[in-house]
Ligand binder design. Sequence first.
Ligand code: FES
Length: 251
Amino acid sequence: MALIQHKRRLNPTVTLMEVSAPLIAKKAQPGQFIILRVDEHGERIPLTISDYDRERGAVTIIFQKVGLTTELLDRLEEGDDILDFVGPLGTPTDLLDREHPGLELGPVKRVAVIGGGVGCAIAYPVAKKLHQQGTEVHSIVGFRNKDLVILEEEFRAVSDRFVMMTDDGSYGEKGLVTNALEKLIGEGETYDEVIAIGPLVMMKFVTQLTKQHNIKTVVSMNPIMIDGTGMCGGCRLTVGGEVKFACVDGP
Ligand code: FES
């Protein structure tokens, strides 16, 4: 059982919950996820750990209402319990300097973090961790329109440069996150790495762009997951000709 300490609606379909889970909060790293079950008849769904507070033993999840389970989860209120809340699962996003294993990225390193829609819930903890370790963070976030914007203040607080994009131009600049990245690169910005998390098509176009500029790029894959521990094979995908399981090799 995990107690819902705090609930906040971020936009009409996206909700944030802070859940009491001290053991998960103690170990969680950006890029990892939990699997929850709302009640004993419920399905298991994976959700990203979008923040954690080790001292208060709290884990933050952000979810979009897309089906029955997220609808039922959204009906729970502060003080209610989630039946099962398991984690942290998955491999943390690799935020270490690969040239110098064991060393965190130094202050000279510069990373562009790109979030699309509710994928910002995953991109935010990555940006925050990079910022905390002294990396220069340029964040580009994109949404369909102003009403769907989430985590703007949080991103601004951990970003050296911040660009807001909306498809319809109702907030920030009009266009796609790739337009913003292209513009920054055109202005002479250079990046050691780009981390893009959002809809598959967005990540695809980001990687096509960064490939042209030879920038190492990390994306987050979110296929259907069942057990989340590498046993069922439901999250299998092929990366560079190799079979991987998103739940244990990624996301
Ligand atoms: Fe079952 Fe990944 S979710 S192997």
